[in-house]
Design a protein around this ligand. Structure first.
Ligand code: GDP
Ligand code: IMO
Ligand code: MG
Length: 450
């Protein structure tokens, strides 16, 4: 069974949506398995732009089953708005979309908690969440006592459950708010009535998606798993605490979808040709200067979900190599290469210096990452615009060299290069890196515990 997965190797927004849309042509089923309405995935085709959040980017192709699994936290209002928006533009949803009855449901208290707590949890710089209630909903999932899953919306005791949880949440929210303006109290009756309407609207889509996918696996149907966020935002392996609340690296595919990892035989790691991050936390190669502004302007680097300006910097091969290994990546897609045209020289970070010690190992502690001074390699830039280039050979030599160097540093072949947002602006390539693994073994091995 050919199972493919697309994983962002940076801090999100690597153009996963574009790649998923392209790869959907070769798959029967597309699966979103983690995250929630914090994701914003863009697909551009034939001059039309589509912004997807909870619904898999495969929905734009006919005859493809799209599955939102139990690993996702589902905001019913968001997904209904998305369904309505797609249907109003002529995209068929009925019969194509399945949503897991195991998915945990985002409630208004989660959004309220997210807004109140985001500034204080890390004791310093705010995480800068998307404010969509993602972290609080996952926290309630793990805590169990205050969690409501999609399947629970159809239970007779839903009114009582909401009344119980809303009562507790009202007290918690008031306490958390502290001296600030008191939050508007949650009205359990109104919430119940609203969520009953949501439940009815979603009823045709709700099912046991794990059973559906396990049947599909046994039937040999090709499945495409669409990562959300990026591996550096992974709750366990990312730049904690400046992360999201799910396993957004390749490690989350199995737990989020219910499909064992052994069925995924192709893992594509997606990187931008540079680095971006939205929200708080260290970004070692950040260029808070004219270089970063040029990248932001040319790449239109403003958040798909929140429209916040994204922080921009040079490509960080230490970070992306770490996440490529972590996610079991077989091949690399280098996206937004066109954005880098016009620089005389380009920098790639190939090592960090931390406390004067050079390392190629991505630090596990945020304080070390904060101290990391990038060691750059300088490569020649190119002046030509790339947006009309359609073959690898037609890229300027400097652009080819840049892509090949990314492949070399990550130790994986580059099989896609993207030179614009449109489906057509994609180069399918074989590079010199395919058979080489030139990345030297890290000089700094994992230190023994003190
Ligand atoms: P995702 O969250 O990983 O799916 O990425 P987003 O959709 O949030 O952000 C990627 C942005 O880059 C979107 O606006 C895309 O339309 C755009 N995009 C995708 N590929 C390219 C490319 O090769 N060049 C340029 N200039 N833009 C691209
Ligand atoms: P896609 O799928 C970029 C970031 C937020 C914040 C941190 C935690 O479009 O790549 P959360 O709301 O999840 O608790 O926020 O994670 N973040 C993203 N950044 N792309 C995303 O998704 C993101 N999803 C969350 O900005 O720093
Ligand atoms: Mg995005």
């Amino acid at each position: 069974m050919p199972g493919t997965c697309v994983i962002g190797l940076q801090w999100g927004d690597e153009a996963k949506g574009k790649l998923v849309d392209i790869l959907t042509a070769d798959h029967e089923i597309v699966v979103r398995y983690a995250g929630g309405a914090n994701a914003g995935h863009t697909v551009v085709s034939g001059g039309q732009k589509w912004k997807l959040s909870l619904i898999p980017s495969g929905i734009l192709r006919d005859g493809v089953a799209c599955v939102v699994t139990g690993g996702v936290v589902l905001d019913p209002a968001s997904v209904i708005a998305e369904i309505d928006g797609l249907e109003s533009r002529g995209v068929q949803i009925a019969g194509k979309l399945r949503i897991s009855d195991r998915a945990h449901v985002v409630f208004p208290w989660h959004v309220a908690e997210d807004r109140i707590l985001d500034g204080s949890v890390s004791g310093g710089e705010a995480i800068g969440t998307t404010g969509r209630g993602i972290g609080p909903c996952y926290r309630d999932k793990v805590g169990r006592a205050l969690a409501i899953r999609l399947g629970d919306l159809y239970r007779a005791d839903l009114r009582d459950t909401i009344a119980h949880i809303a009562g507790l949440k009202n007290r918690l929210l008031t306490a958390w708010q502290g001296s600030g303006a008191a939050p508007a109290p949650l009205d359990p009756s109104a919430i119940h009535a609203q969520y009953m309407l949501y439940a009815e609207r979603l009823r045709p889509f709700v099912c046991d998606t794990t059973a559906f996918l396990l049947d599909a696996v046994e039937d040999g149907r090709p499945i495409l798993f669409e990562g959300a966020q990026g591996a550096l935002l992974d709750i366990d392996h990312g730049t904690f605490p400046y992360v999201t609340s799910s396993n957004s690296s390749g490690l989350g595919v199995a737990s989020g979808s219910g499909v064992p990892g052994r069925w995924v035989d192709r893992v594509i790691g997606v990187v931008k040709a540079y680095s971006t991050r939205v929200g708080g936390g260290p970004l070692p190669t950040e260029q808070d200067n004219a270089i970063g502004q040029r990248i932001r302007d040319r790449g239109n680097e403003y958040g798909t979900v929140t429209r916040r300006p994204r922080r921009c910097g040079w490509f960080d091969a230490v970070a992306a190599r770490y996440t490529a290994r972590l996610s079991g990546v077989d091949e690399i897609a280098v996206m937004l290469l066109d954005v880098l045209a016009g620089f005389d020289e380009l920098e790639i970070c190939s090592a960090y210096e931390i406390d004067g010690v050079r390392t190629t190992q991505f630090p596990s502690q945020i304080d070390d990452l904060r101290k990391a001074v990038p060691v750059y390699e300088t490569l020649p830039g190119w002046s030509e615009e790339l947006t009309d280039v359609r073959s690898y050979a037609a890229l300027p030599a400097a652009a080819r060299r840049y892509v090949e160097r990314i492949g070399e540093l990550l130790g994986r072949p580059v099989s896609f290069v993207s030179v614009g947002p449109d489906r057509d602006q994609t180069i399918f390539c074989e590079t010199a890196a395919r058979d080489s693994r030139p990345w030297p073994r890290p000089q700094t091995r994992t230190p023994a515990p003190a």
